[in-house]
Design a protein around this ligand. Sequence first.
Ligand code: ADP
Length: 250
Amino acid sequence: MSQAPILSCKEVTVAFDGFKAVQGMNLLLLPGELRFLIGPNGAGKTTMLDVICGKVKPVSGSVSFHRRPGALDITKLQEHKIAESGIGRKFQTPSIFAGLTVMENLEIAMSQNRSVWATLRATLKPSERERIDEELALIGLGDQRHLRAGLLSHGQKQWLEIGMMLLQEPEILLLDEPVAGMTDKETDKTGELLQEIVRKRTVVVVEHDMEFVRNFASKVTVMHEGKLLKEGTMDEIQSDDRVAEVYLGR
Ligand code: ADP
């Protein structure tokens, strides 16, 4: 029996002033999967992430989130409700508080469900502190915990934001070009971080860096002109003539 999906996008179409940025797109994600979404510029990848997190609403089609308590049709749900239901979205530019320390950023993320400014140190429970410490270790910023976030390297800022998102316990994490602008070392570390994250969660990554995608034995979804072009392993993708034509420009 095949495994049930955690997310299913069915026949999703998105139009901007009549222009179809996404057309009849299907995407099924299995729990614990790390899925890469690739394709040339303008293929509709970011728009698909926008649909899943509720930032953009499709003109037709549906998105179902098969989360633990039961399936939820999120097609028309507001963006913040989708986030609360367990889908986290990270944009390319990190939204961290540059003037606060790494630790304070994580504390704010931890207490996102409460009144934000009334949440610093004293009000966190020991179990919440433990979660923050776990996340600090995972993102490799233990030594920087008291450093102002604005002083972190580009890669470290991205990891901090990922750590902040993880504290909200999303079941699905959506990442838009997480390694863009990173050094080779930072890119490798991000790869390791993703491998750790998918031990507990499902992750979708929009990525341009093919070298990076090749490091994973993950399924890759190729989009072109708003449609699904091909789905498979990186080897299958690379040996597909249509992909070579439209994506690699051969
Ligand atoms: P990708 O992420 O694959 O580069 P996008 O999803 O960003 O592609 O964009 C797909 C198409 O939709 C592009 O032609 C883009 O110009 C267009 N598009 C995306 N967002 C908007 C918007 N808010 N308004 C109008 N057109 C948009």
